[in-house]
Design a binder for this molecule. Sequence first.
Ligand SMILES: Nc1nc2c(ncn2[C@@H]2O[C@H](COP(=O)(O)OP(=O)(O)OP(=O)(O)O)[C@@H](O)[C@H]2O)c(=O)[nH]1
Ligand SMILES: [Mg+2]
Length: 698
Amino acid sequence: MKVYEGTDIRNVALIGHGHSGKTTLVAGLLYTSGATNRLTRVDEGNTITDFDDEEVQRKISISTALAYAEWAKKKINLIDTPGFNIFINDTKAALAAADSAVVVIDGVAGVEVQTEKVWSFAEEFQLPRAILINKLDRERSDFNRALASVQEFFGRLAVPIQLPLGAEKDFKGVVDLVRMKAYTYANDGDGKGKEGEIPAAMADAAQKAHEALVEMVAEGNDALMEEFFDKGTLPVEHIQEGLRQAVADRRIYPVLCGSGLHNVGSDLILNFMVENFPAPTDHAPLAGKLNGQDVQRSIKDSEPVSAFVFKTVADPFAGRVTYFKVISGIVKNDANLVNARSGAQERLAHIGALAGKTLQPVTEIKAGDIGAVAKLKETVTGDTVGDKGALISFPAVQLPEPSIAFAISAKSRQDEDRLGNAIQRILEEDQSLRFYRDPQTKEFLLAGSGQQHVEVIVSRLKKRYGVDVELKAPKIPYRETIRGKADVQGRHKKQTGGHGQFGDCWIRMEPLARGGKFEFANEVFGGAIPRNFIPAVEKGIVEAAANGFLAGYPVVDFKVTVYDGSYHDVDSSEMAFKLAARKAFKAAMQQAKPSLLEPIMNVEVQAPVEYAGDLMGDLNGRRGRIQGMDTKGSTQIIRAQVPMSEMLSYQNDLISMTQGRASFSMEFSHYDYVPPLQAEKIIAAAKAAKTGEEEEEE
Ligand SMILES: Nc1nc2c(ncn2[C@@H]2O[C@H](COP(=O)(O)OP(=O)(O)OP(=O)(O)O)[C@@H](O)[C@H]2O)c(=O)[nH]1
Ligand SMILES: [Mg+2]
């Protein structure tokens, strides 16, 4: 395909709540621009940007995908991002490549939980943005109500530059408030509107909205303000120029309207992107590091080459595909570039422009444009590759840690052999996934942003790599501790033939504050236990504590003082004192009121206000303690502390309680006592498991 100048590029991310219609809109824009020869549909599983098997099957975007539209001699790179909360990290990572964003809003629901989330991402990246009130063909959709919710959340800078013509099933066009013209569209047509006059019935509303827009455009621009005061209005060219500037400066977030599904308004959206969104080359120089120094790099072809990797895809056939944005210089096909992190040489053979899963070969990619290449050796997401002589690196996007973990085990020996390699490749493309072994429970854990996220990975392991694994809820890392004190003797004596074994110690045990772990003190006087055996006593206690007393969980937050004992010149040994200490530990635990501890999580739930009562009742039922509540518009935020064991199925329960309209996050807070009723069950389960194990061993 053709090579575009940076000034002729637009890198636009489509962001929004799950299901708001981003992928469908991209399909409409691609068709309108002629990139595809028909209107593809999410529900038919044939869109360019939801190409992954899991996406087709689940009808949601799981991972960011790119495609481009050529429109008015410009190349618009459309960055289609996921909107569901558990896949939203990928959206954030992809915004590193965007220069602007369209925030897509469901015309029925208005602003939703993830709309706010992606808005905050766009703020972080300081992206100029527009807001599209979409799905206006839907029953009960309402442009004015959706606009009111947008303005409630994002303020008065959200100004309509379009109004809908007709509503719900009669939604058939758009009034352009800049040019003051009406555009009507054939249902499921080519997305190209027929220009006409504004219908008389709408003339007043359109005029009022036009004046409000012109005033906003003039505000913050002295020359335009003066002209506006003089004439009471502005010529179209001046409105256009003022709007472009205001969008770039983030003084205005223009509100557009449309229906991706029926391809209403698509040509105007493309026009808007070309006319009002900045080119990458308009961006201020980018900050990076060169030899440990802070430096800036202009987005220019004439600078040394640097390309930032914002995404990696593990394709089972093509291998690793690396998505990059050229920050400076020109990336030529077959270029040899260097990874700024590792110093490794990478050859960029067969670079291309991204059209979904397809790479369309190009001879070079200029500063500001986005491209991809297969088979780089060791470059990963967040890396910068560039010219050897001027190796700048740009900061990687920081993502939150996973909120949920599952124990994962291979179904067969063969699966086990292949699991490591397959997981490794999946980890490369998904930065919000973690795979590790729990040092305590010895289980392999797969951690992600939610249950569905981990399930997608399991399905991918099977379909892409033929590896069958099973998921189980992870074992809860319970702890044991004591609430009382003990003062006991531990004595080990054995006479077997010649040499005997003898160790004897007296210890005191007492609780420490939560988080105090373990302390050991030696108060033995007069050599009742020889000095060289004291470490063996400590070791015996530590080993016994690691194996638990009540249910096999490590004992924590206690102190042991050894203060007396006795020994035998010949029969005493380190081993004998270790065994004596173990006996002492067990006897002490019996006296010291042993108790179980469980991890307590900080949980934050966001949901539409109407669910607040149900959600609080549910959290109470999970032994949760409500810590605080906040309302933000129609969203309720509930903060609570809840035992981890009660949260294992929360993701699914929350979805069914709220029709998927809520999200939550959680992190570890502290350990607290398990109430007696639950403790009994845990101890019984541990005993049963132990008996099972012993039988197996026999
Ligand atoms: N009536 C109507 N339905 C639409 C419109 N746009 C999308 N849909 C439907 O809404 C559902 C979700 O559309 P998607 O395009 O997958 O939404 P998305 O924002 O990409 O969703 P995620 O990628 O999962 O965040 C699909 O069933 C679409 O057919 C629209 O303009 N009108
Ligand atoms: Mg999508």
